[in-house]
Write a protein that binds this ligand. Structure first.
Ligand code: FMN
Length: 328
């Protein structure tokens, strides 16, 4: 088996998988660096951090963590296992030329990947944020258990809240959304990352989904910052099925771990043909979202069965990879 970093084709396959990860406002705040062909470094790109909703870089780390999970799965498919060193320079390590170093990834030969790993990898290009209304069908208990197990496998808790807790979460979401949408800084940042034109990042108009009516689920309205051209309005389900990802701490290591767990949950959902989208407005308020005894909320996921939706764009491969020596 050739080493995963040893050929152009192999490296391209890894990066293509990694960048298919979700990222806040589709900022794709990652850079990959290959020194020789032994270690691939994952850097956060500080120029792509959202100053208004993400001054601490929490969502940036979660986005990069999601890319790291994809990279790990892609390496696993090459007859190797990834050896990940998170924050080799420490969580507050210096910003190098490629941004803050989040993880160094090496690879060693390993037996065949498990069926689960192979199926999660196969779903990477099919996973997408689905901002359309979902049907009434409930996510069955075995699938809910599989989603919780996916988070647990990455050391993170996924709670599937009761109807009462869901109602409470929706009220928190609504209040956060109202505060954000009244903030000129938020709207200006949203405008920078939404677009009617084709480009390689940001949320394209075709992915906005219907305009939330203000009654049901407080979806983030990506269309707020641009001209409104007859998007339909929808309540979304009044009783959505939510999943809440929680970590015990609330620092860079927790965020990187939460990102890997989030992506594992999303790929597991996709494996069971369950649609998902995120609702992050309370975390955008940057007040810290600690719940009682269970930990810090890192992501709120809406789960259900929606219509197929197109994928969002990605930046070209050459923009995200730097290498100091060329493979064969
Ligand atoms: C940390 C994080 C927070 C996000 N928050 C939201 C959100 O509040 N609302 C939403 O609709 N999408 C949210 N997303 C999804 C991104 O907008 C989406 O991943 C990106 O536009 C790329 O599209 P894709 O997921 O279809 O590949 C979030 C993604 C991440 C990683």
């Amino acid at each position: 088996m050739p080493h995963p970093f040893g050929t152009h084709v192999g490296v391209r396959r890894l990066i293509t998988a990694a960048v298919a990860a979700p990222s806040v406002h589709n900022t794709q705040p990652w850079r990959f660096r290959l020194d020789g062909s032994e270690v691939m470094d994952l850097h956060a790109d500080p120029d792509r951090r959202l100053d208004v909703i993400d001054p601490r870089g929490r969502a940036l780390h979660i986005s990069c963590g999601a890319a790291l999970l994809n990279l790990r799965l892609a390496i696993r498919m090459t007859g190797h296992r990834p050896l990940v060193r998170p924050f080799p320079d420490g969580p507050d390590g210096p910003d190098g030329p490629g941004g803050t170093l989040l993880a160094s990834v090496a690879a060693e030969p390993a037996p065949m990947p498990s069926l689960e790993q192979a199926e999660l990898y196969a779903r990477i290009p099919h996973r997408r944020s689905n901002r359309r209304p979902f049907g009434r069908r409930q996510v069955p208990t075995p699938v809910r258990c599989a989603l919780a197990a996916a988070a647990r496998a990455e050391g993170v808790l996924l709670q599937l809240p009761s109807p009462q807790t869901t109602a409470y979460l929706l009220s928190v979401l609504r209040a956060a959304d109202e505060r954000l949408t009244a903030d000129a800084g938020y709207l200006a940042e949203l405008e920078r990352w939404t677009s009617l034109r084709a480009r390689g990042d940001g949320v394209p108009r075709y992915a906005f989904g219907p305009r939330p009516s203000g009654r049901g689920v407080p979806m983030r309205d990506f269309g707020l910052a641009g001209p409104e051209t007859g998007r339909p309005v929808d309540d979304f389900a009044a009783r959505p099925q939510l999943g809440v990802l929680l970590t015990s701490g609330d620092g860079p290591r927790d965020w990187l771990r939460a990102g890997q767990a989030l992506q594992r949950v999303l790929l597991t959902a996709e494996r069971h043909r369950v649609s998902a989208s995120l609702l992050s407005q309370p975390m955008d308020m940057c007040v810290g979202t600690r719940t009682g005894t269970t930990g810090h909320i890192q992501a709120i996921v809406r789960l259900g069965y929606g219509p197929p939706v197109p994928g969002a764009p990605r930046r070209p491969y050459r923009e995200v990879l730097t290498r100091t020596a060329s493979p064969a």
